[in-house]
Write a protein that binds this ligand. Structure first.
Ligand code: AP5
Ligand code: MG
Length: 207
């Protein structure tokens, strides 16, 4: 199964992808996470990426597409989390077979509240919500035990810019897949359990 998960910042793409990959052994490919890993390495390319992410803008299409294509090589089942994010990127992966595209819909106000409550582990791989999806021990990641921190781009000003970029660059991608007849939209303002159930029903017809 090859799935694309789209949606604005904070719509729950990472949360749903983590659950799907655990329950159905799909490879979770998040360009956002791969880019943050590059930033953590402190390479010269990582420094450039850091500036782009912290402005809430998009990293150049060619770079992200090549990164994703390397990840999917030889993999049968995967979820692309937040990719493609522009029509240019979508056209560059037209040669990849995609079974279903899911668009998580949530408004900007809800996203700002969610992201104010998001904490991620210091490795950037596991994400929590202070009240809705709290860690077992306050301030510590359940999986790797590292301290929980805020993502630098979860600053309200940067969230606004990320949302603007989503409207301008990614909403046309949703229309692009709608025309291909493989898109389903979900109300992602509901609680995580309901959102995940809706996704499973679409992807695997499981209740
Ligand atoms: P990326 O890391 O992908 O960020 P994003 O798209 O802005 O989305 P987020 O990761 O912030 O949110 P999410 O939808 O994953 O929500 P989550 O599950 O964490 O990208 C970061 C940057 O990298 C981009 O801005 C860009 O610069 C660059 N980049 C990435 N991809 C690129 C590409 N293709 N091309 C170019 N540049 C690219 O949930 C959010 C919070 O809400 C959490 O606290 C969670 O616990 C909670 N939550 C989840 N579900 C629910 C629910 N149903 N109800 C209440 N709370 C919930
Ligand atoms: Mg994410």
């Amino acid at each position: 199964m090859k799935i694309i998960l789209l949606g604005p910042p904070g719509s729950g793409k990472g949360t749903v992808s983590d659950q799907l990959s655990q329950d159905f052994s799909l490879l979770h490919i998040s360009p956002g996470e791969l880019l943050r890993e590059e930033v953590q390495k402190g390479t010269s390319i990582g420094k450039k990426i850091k500036t782009v992410i912290n402005e809430g803008k998009l990293v150049p299409a060619q770079f992200v597409v090549e990164m994703v294509k390397l990840e999917v090589e030889g993999t049968k089942d995967y979820i692309l989390d937040g990719f493609p994010r522009s029509v240019d990127q979508a056209k560059l992966i037209d040669d990849l077979p995609i079974d279903r595209v899911i668009s998580l819909e949530v408004n900007e106000e809800d996203v700002i509240t969610r992201l104010a409550n998001r904490r991620v582990c210091s490795r950037g791989q596991h994400s929590y919500h202070l009240t809705i999806i709290p860690p077992k021990n306050e301030g510590v990641c359940d999986v790797d035990g590292t301290p929980l921190v805020r993502r630098p781009d979860d600053d309200p000003k940067i969230i606004k810019e990320r949302f603007k970029v989503f409207r301008r660059e990614t909403e046309p991608v949703i229309a692009y897949y709608q025309q291909k007849g493989i898109l389903t939209s979900i109300d992602a303002s509901k609680n995580p359990k309901e959102v995940y159930a809706a996704v499973k029903k679409i992807v695997f017809n499981i209740k």
